[in-house]
Write a protein that binds this ligand. Structure first.
Ligand SMILES: [Zn+2]
Ligand SMILES: [Zn+2]
Length: 297
């Protein structure tokens, strides 16, 4: 297998692009695909202050690395979810990575806050992943606002977004379809714009980028996500892609084309209220987060 750019030995084959690359040209391809999404969806400007949500997994660490290499002003934001073992190992990967490349980090520890996910879920009698989503969203929004960031970037990749789109179509969840768009606009005065620069790259490619560039990441999945239905849609999509290379990116990019002119400006700031408990913007007098953690007190 030869690199299509330099004819040297290829380290990876990308069937949907009908190409194979050596390490150097794969890195180039990876960065170009990221830049293409950033430009096409006007994710941010060179001078913007970017916060990257990191979990210790490959996608978020790779995104952090790529944005840093592009010369962006980027800070990693990590939330220790308080899941014994898994959280300790993922935090180790994040801090080791930040030290290795000399990067700025914000860390929130839910054990210190008194809200470790398994505890809150048990006390509130709600599903772990739902509780985790609410709490993570809250602290990410809060850190982005408090830190004066312009934009929040997440490591969602093509497989994440295409499989979520597939799941939403199969359930005809029209109202959630938009969540798979690569840019989610700012809301009110406090909620920052969210962007997903890796939407053109697959999980296999982010893993390859991590390994080739010495990025050590936590390989295990979150133990609480076992049996998540999202994995079934990912597997289905992977089976289809395996038989018909290029179908996944076609499916996702055609969706983006169809909805590109839709008005995504969220709720007007005057419709937003201020949470009486924590002072963050909310649709109600008390925000979802404050209503949730009230149950554990
Ligand atoms: Zn090459
Ligand atoms: Zn609140």
């Amino acid at each position: 297998m030869k690199c299509v750019k330099c004819n040297g030995n290829a380290v990876i084959n990308i069937r949907r692009a009908n190409a194979a690359f050596c390490k150097e040209h794969f890195n180039e391809y990876f960065t170009e695909q990221t830049l293409k999404s950033i430009k096409q969806f006007r994710m941010f400007r060179k001078t913007d202050k970017i916060m990257v949500c990191v979990s210790g997994g490959k996608d978020s660490l790779v995104l952090w690395h790529v944005l840093h290499n592009l010369g962006c002003d980027v800070t990693g934001m990590y939330i220790d979810l308080g899941i014994n073992g898994y959280s300790d190992r993922s935090k180790e990967k994040v801090t080791a990575f930040a030290d290795k490349f000399g990067l700025k980090t914000i860390i929130v520890d839910l054990r210190e806050k008194g809200y470790p996910i398994p505890f809150v879920a048990r006390r509130a009698k709600r599903e772990d992943c739902a509780v985790c989503g609410t709490i993570k969203r809250y602290y990410f929004n809060r850190a982005a606002y408090d830190g004066g960031f312009d934009v929040v970037a997440t490591g969602h990749n093509l497989d994440d977004e295409a499989s979520r789109l597939l799941a939403n179509i199969m359930h005809w969840n029209d109202e959630y379809m938009d969540n798979t768009y690569p840019v989610l606009p700012a809301g009110g005065k406090m909620l920052k714009k969210k962007v997903k620069p890796l939407v053109r790259l697959t999980e296999r490619e982010t893993a390859a980028f991590a390994i080739l560039n010495g990025i050590d990441y936590v390989m295990e999945e979150c133990p609480m996500s076992k049996g998540a239905t999202s994995l079934i849609f990912k597997e289905a999509l992977s089976t289809i892609e395996d038989k018909m290379a290029g179908t996944e990116i076609f499916f996702y990019t055609k969706f983006l084309e169809r909805v590109k002119d839709k008005d995504r400006s969220k709720t007007d700031s005057d419709e937003m209220k201020i949470c009486q408990t924590c002072g963050m913007e909310s649709f109600m007098d008390k925000c979802t987060f404050c209503r949730l953690v009230e149950k554990v007190k």
